[in-house]
Write a protein that binds this ligand. Structure first.
Ligand code: GLY
Ligand code: MN
Ligand code: MN
Length: 469
């Protein structure tokens, strides 16, 4: 199990975040933020434990069985595993409530065994209780139980909160803007992941040169080696290592398919470092040399990514990079004959009819942070009342449109266009079964964006050069 990585010198970062959250709880507000439960895998084995992101964001504490209670006057109370030297022999060091107070800057800390008796007292005479609505199965019932205990004391003059709020609504907005501490970790996570991609590319070329049989799992092993070698605690998501036609399966996972000379390999993999995800995709020729058709499609995806990068900056909207990508891809699909002009018309027609969807069926980005698909609304909060309607050309559904989020410095998004060509009538054979995605992670800045994942090249010549060495 990965070691604890609460970050003692940075305790103030977490304390500052708690203070900012407390200020939003309203008079008489109290928030309950539990960490994630441990999950049973099979018989007496648990899944590798991973803390809850909201909880970690506020505490920097990664032990299981913990819960933070925060009041609007800024008081932090932690419930955590009690010291138990006998258990610690088996499951490892526990910080314990006493040390938690000083190390994590808590006003009070108690054993998690005491949560049911103590937590109701922390809800007494408060107006609103906040907790995450979406992420903790069973928490609403648990809160109801604690509130029931408060109500049971009403005849002693105790008041029970009458309002409930979704703590995610507040925390999602906070987490959407990454502070310097977060950006620094994300840069390091991205750098490790970039090196892992380099390593996988080189292993593929080397094994093929040596006449060895390469499998997807060999390349996955390289990724994992590099992640752990640099202290990453987890993969940020299940790595995709897709050889040949497998690249056209969007959620394919690294398996055992052969990696063959002449085919492309798509790797979408990133490590999690100290609670933060990275998310990189590279597509490369297994033997280190692009064929003509592969290169043509690759250049198109790369051009569409460049167009997206050019409009990723403060003041632009979240949807702008997607629209820039689609404009380039639509034109390229016509130019390369993936879509016949006689049937589909101009690039504008292709966009209007969404004909490009046959080969590009996902969005160009998502927020990235503690979670790979990080929290934060994609709709601009200051324009919630601006609603227009559009009819989806494929499903025929009427969809309510709200203006997409205005980008601000410190937001982090992925930029990940792709093309996936499944064999179909009218699709030139030379492109069949080619799947390409190029994905980088970008910190939005005032004047543009900082691509933090370019430790692994994207230009085809640079990939070929890297794989020759
Ligand atoms: N690796 C997940 C994604 O790219 O969204
Ligand atoms: Mn992604
Ligand atoms: Mn990805």
């Amino acid at each position: 199990m990965p070691g604890q990585h609460y970050d003692m010198p940075m305790t103030s970062v977490y304390a500052q975040r708690r203070a900012r959250l407390a200020a939003q709880l309203g008079d008489g507000g109290v928030a309950i933020i539990p960490t994630a439960p441990e999950l049973h895998r099979n018989r007496d084995t648990e899944y590798l434990y991973r803390h809850d992101s909201y909880f970690y964001y506020l505490t920097g504490f990664s032990e299981p069985n913990a819960c933070l209670v925060l009041t609007s006057d800024g008081k932090s109370v932690l419930f955590c595993q009690p010291k138990d030297l006998e258990r610690e022999v088996w499951t490892g060091y526990r910080l314990g409530p006493e040390a938690a107070k000083t190390k994590l800057g808590m006003a009070q800390a108690f054993s998690s065994d005491e949560i049911n008796s103590r937590l109701p007292r922390l809800l007494e005479n408060r107006e609103r209780v906040w907790f995450p609505f979406a992420t903790h199965k069973g928490l609403a019932e648990q809160v109801e139980g604690w509130l029931g205990q408060v109500r049971a004391r009403s005849r002693f003059g105790v008041l029970c909160p009458t309002q409930q709020g979704d703590a995610c609504a507040l925390l999602d907005e906070m987490r959407l803007l990454k502070d310097e501490h977060e950006q620094d970790i994300m840069r390091r996570a991205a750098q490790i992941s970039a090196q892992a991609h380099v390593r996988a590319m080189q292993r593929s070329a080397r094994m093929i040169r040596n006449g060895e049989e390469v499998r997807e799992y060999h390349l996955d092993a390289e990724l994992l080696h590099e992640f752990r070698q640099h202290g990453s605690q987890y993969v940020a998501y299940g790595s995709i290592v897709a050889a040949g036609a497998n690249a056209c399966v969007l959620h394919y996972q690294a398996d055992k398919a052969p990696v063959r000379a002449g085919e492309l390999v798509l790797i979408d993999a990133g490590c999690e470092l100290d609670g933060y995800a990275s998310d990189i995709t590279r597509t490369f020729p297994a033997d280190g040399k692009f064929s003509g058709a592969q290169r043509a499609l690759y250049e198109l995806v790369l051009a569409s990514q460049e167009a997206a990068i050019a409009v990723t900056r403060a003041g632009k909207r979240f949807n702008d990079p997607h629209e820039a990508t689609v404009a380039v891809l639509a034109q390229g699909m016509l130019d390369l004959g993936l879509l016949e002009r006689t049937k589909y018309g101009t690039a504008e027609d292709v966009i209007e009819s969404r004909a490009y969807f046959q080969f590009y069926m996902h969005r160009t980005g998502h927020w990235l942070g503690m979670d790979v698909h990080d929290c934060g609304s994609y709709v601009e909060p200051s324009e919630l009342g601006v609603v227009s309607e559009r009819k989806d050309p494929i499903s025929g559904e009427t969809i309510a449109n709200r203006p997409s989020r205005i980008l601000r410095p410190g937001m982090v998004t992925t930029i990940e266009p792709g093309i996936y060509v499944r064999p179909a009538p009218g699709v030139p054979e030379q492109f069949h079964n080619i799947g390409i995605r190029i994905e980088d992670d970008a910190i939005v800045t005032e004047t543009g964006c900082e691509l933090i994942t370019r430790g692994v090249p994207v230009k085809p010549d640079e990939i070929e050069a890297l794989m020759r060495d």
